[in-house]
Design a protein around this ligand. Sequence first.
Ligand SMILES: *Cc1c(COP(=O)(O)O)cnc(C)c1O
Length: 433
Amino acid sequence: MHDFSYVGSELHCEGVSVKALAQRHGTPLYVYSQHTLTDHFQKLDRALSPLSHLICYAMKANSNQAVMRTLAGLGSGFDVVSEGELRRVLAAGGKAAQCVFAGVGKTEQEIEFALKEGIYSFNVESEPELERINRVAERLKRKAPIAVRVNPNIDAHTHAKITTGTYENKFGIAFEKVESVYARASKLKNLKLAGIQMHIGSQLTDVAPFEQAVRKLVPLAAKLSAKYGFEFISIGGGIGIVYQPALESGGLTWWKTTAARKILTPSVYATTLVPLLQPLGLRVLLEPGRFIVGNAGILVTRVEYVKRTGKKNFVIVDAAMNDLIRPAFYDSYHEIVPVQNRSGGRVSSDVVGPICESGDYFAKDRSLPKVGEGDYLALLSAGAYGSVMGSNYNSRALAAEVLVHGKESALVRQRQELADIWKGERTPPWLKK
Ligand SMILES: *Cc1c(COP(=O)(O)O)cnc(C)c1O
């Protein structure tokens, strides 16, 4: 479910016309619905209400301060992967005591900062990291709360670039080694063994791999918790969303379709997993990113040219892979709809950006309404892993972002100034005249 729909022929985000936003703020433009964000968070939160739990939103999916502030206001914690992310949490009114620190490469400085701020837990990905956290904690005369990230060796059956829970991946500690790692950690005096964690991958559209992984982890968690007195178990993120509506749905009403009904809903997720987790009596942590924010955002772009070659109809737009890299990076599908719907035929089109790479495309051989120069298109489900993966490739400015709340809208990130792209660059003395 989301809050983008047509009012007459015009696409709206909640009560605001997308075309008006595009004209006011320019394109490419990310538009987020605060209601969708809130709704997704609360649906998951409510589904988990039989458990003592904490949702730690994986902010790497979208770390705009307005998004963060919305979620912090709902009581969300955060899954952070760098000092920069933790500083962003604090700046957005979140609490370190509701944050977990993930990632395979935490530096000493990052560990020190997180400890001083009172992080809820470090999710530890290797033995050398355990030693390092212990050392930093000793120096600061503190106890560092840790959880070992277990790699359960379960294939999430998702895209290779977002599979994290098999032994082919760099993440976590092999299931068979986990007990001995905790035994070793228990001898390190400045660590507090606070919990156990896993995260098997992203964009999982079936509950089966989650169930399989939880069934595998729970007995180990029970055994270790009895020994070390855990506070929590974290089952990670990865709940998938609908990107590709069923053909019959014609775009925006996808949640009414069969494909959408089969999607992993919070209620299916909770109904399956809550009974497995409840007997542990531990606080349950979740780290959803995409599920919260993915369908809460669109990328609005303007058609610059329509180029017909012998073989193809290219719709050349002003957004590019530097604004939304998911199609190039993950072969992702994004639904594309006109901001202003008008009657007229459809034509098989490739939607491409202006960057000098063949990978700079948003859709290939897609049946789209006929459009022309100056029309706006919306790429749906662009809220997660969209703007955060933006770059300055081709010296293109980072896109502007808007948050909509009912009939109100506000610019929550201004379009980057071109001169800011190179302002950190310096001329070496020998190149100065
Ligand atoms: C990326 C990541 C998540 C969030 O994944 P989503 O698919 O966006 O829910 C959660 N936990 C960890 C450790 C991650 O790396």
